[in-house]
Design a protein around this ligand. Structure first.
Ligand SMILES: [Zn+2]
Length: 98
């Protein structure tokens, strides 16, 4: 990898690559996207066979920024859907008194 230009990244508390600086994260995002585009060109399809990193989001574990291919909507859907146990769900639905 010597001589190859890579946006410097840090290792996040969650174990993933992360960036402390939003500009660096954006640069890394741009590189990831052009890399994906080249991959798709070599596959011969641009129709979403490969997920493309589409945005930068702040980590929930550490304090770095990560890249994700999820759209903001997917992310929000995932975040607002709580992981409930069966008992919690029943209480939530009013089927069982809390
Ligand atoms: Zn993280």
């Amino acid at each position: 990898m010597a001589g190859k230009k890579v946006v410097a990244f840090e290792r996040c508390a969650c174990g993933k690559r992360g960036w402390a600086d939003e500009r660096d994260a954006d640069k890394a995002l741009g590189r990831a996207q052009s890399k994906r585009r080249r991959q798709m060109d070599s596959i011969g399809s641009r129709r979403g066979v490969v997920k493309v990193e589409s945005r930068v989001y702040p980590c929930e574990v550490g304090d770095l920024l990560h890249l994700t291919s999820e759209s903001r909507r997917e992310y929000n859907d995932r975040v607002v859907v709580p992981t409930l146990t069966w008992e919690q769900w029943q209480i939530n639905e009013g089927k069982v008194a809390a």
